[in-house]
Design a protein around this ligand. Structure first.
Ligand code: SAM
Length: 289
């Protein structure tokens, strides 16, 4: 049990959110904390150096990225224990959200040091706030696996999740990921893509997954820039609840033993209320596996 309040003579570790594109999104408090700390730990010192220059700040920077975080933590803890305040920033948005910092925060807390968030931009929250999808429950998945098989397995695992799903995706995988969503979650599933949020070419694509895939494929700039992918959760209808109890895969497997795939999917659809196409796709997957 631990309670840490202001007033500690040792240093504070500030977790400072920085812009995700538009530099005006930095908060006044973030600027004042960055100007007051002794040192700033940054994911990419060159990138953050430009932000600090824009803010007119000249501070010592320490590189803290995924590949050196464990090695750097002791040095930063040493500074905090000696009474220096330290800020952690990442290349964009909120540190630790698909960004480095977890080891540092965990260790600082284990030392009983004060860790204080300076909230601000975060791509997933910005995207969700403007998407028009339910926000009462959402599941942030971060980046899906880069390889197709891993990505498809990850999507399979959350196919029936009722909460809104949120992913980060890189521009060179966006088309493949949306195509996998179409196949695994069904072409009718509502999705919203937030692209280049807060930047000059900010674009939101929304609609049924197949429509969004077609629009993105046709748009010559469609797969450029940074993306947040949001998928409406699976409907929690009476039939899908019943389907949950029924074990759809088992039902399909039994029907497939006696019937052609299409017929098996059709009967499973009338029994469960789930979509015929979705069940046909599932039957194909079961057959392949
Ligand atoms: N820590 C950051 C945050 O708070 O959002 C996220 C860092 S993560 C390494 C970078 C990913 O966030 C990008 O690949 C993209 O999926 C998403 N992202 C960051 N900035 C974005 C923006 N302006 N528009 C859309 N997506 C963005």
């Amino acid at each position: 049990m631990q309670v840490i309040k202001p007033g500690d003579t040792r240093g504070t570790l500030y977790i400072v959110a920085t812009p995700i594109g538009n530099l005006e999104d930095i908060s006044a408090r973030a600027v004042s904390v960055l100007s007051e700390v002794a040192v700033i730990a940054a994911e990419d010192t060159r990138h953050s150096g430009r932000l600090l220059q824009h803010l007119g700040l000249n501070k010592p920077l320490i590189a803290l990225h995924d590949h050196n975080e464990r090695g750097r933590v002791q040095g930063i803890l040493g500074q905090l224990l000696a009474g220096a305040d330290v800020a952690l920033i990442s290349d964009a948005g909120t540190p630790l959200i698909s960004d480095p910092g977890y080891v540092l925060v965990r260790e600082a807390r284990a030392e009983g040091l004060r860790v204080s968030p300076i909230p601000g931009p975060c791509a997933l929250i910005a995207a969700l706030s403007a998407a028009g999808l339910p926000t009462d429950r959402f599941l942030f998945v971060g980046f899906l696996p880069a390889k197709r098989s891993g990505r498809r397995t990850a999507l399979e695992e959350i196919r029936k999740e009722n909460a809104t799903l949120v992913f980060y995706e890189s521009p060179h995988r966006i088309l493949d990921t949306v195509a996998d969503i179409v196949e695994i979650m069904g072409g009718h599933r509502e999705i919203v893509l937030g692209r280049e949020i807060t930047k000059a070419f900010e674009t939101f694509y929304s609609g049924e997954a197949t429509q969004v895939l077609a629009t993105l494929t046709e748009d010559p700039h469609g797969s450029r820039g940074e993306f947040v992918v949001m998928v409406r959760g699976a409907e929690k209808t009476e039939s899908s609840l019943m389907a949950g109890a029924l074990d759809v895969d088992r039902l399909l497997s039994l029907l497939m033993e006696e019937l052609p795939l299409k017929k098996a999917a059709k009967i499973a659809s009338s029994l469960t209320g789930l979509g015929k196409n979705e069940l046909y796709q599932r039957a194909l997957d079961l057959k392949d596996s």
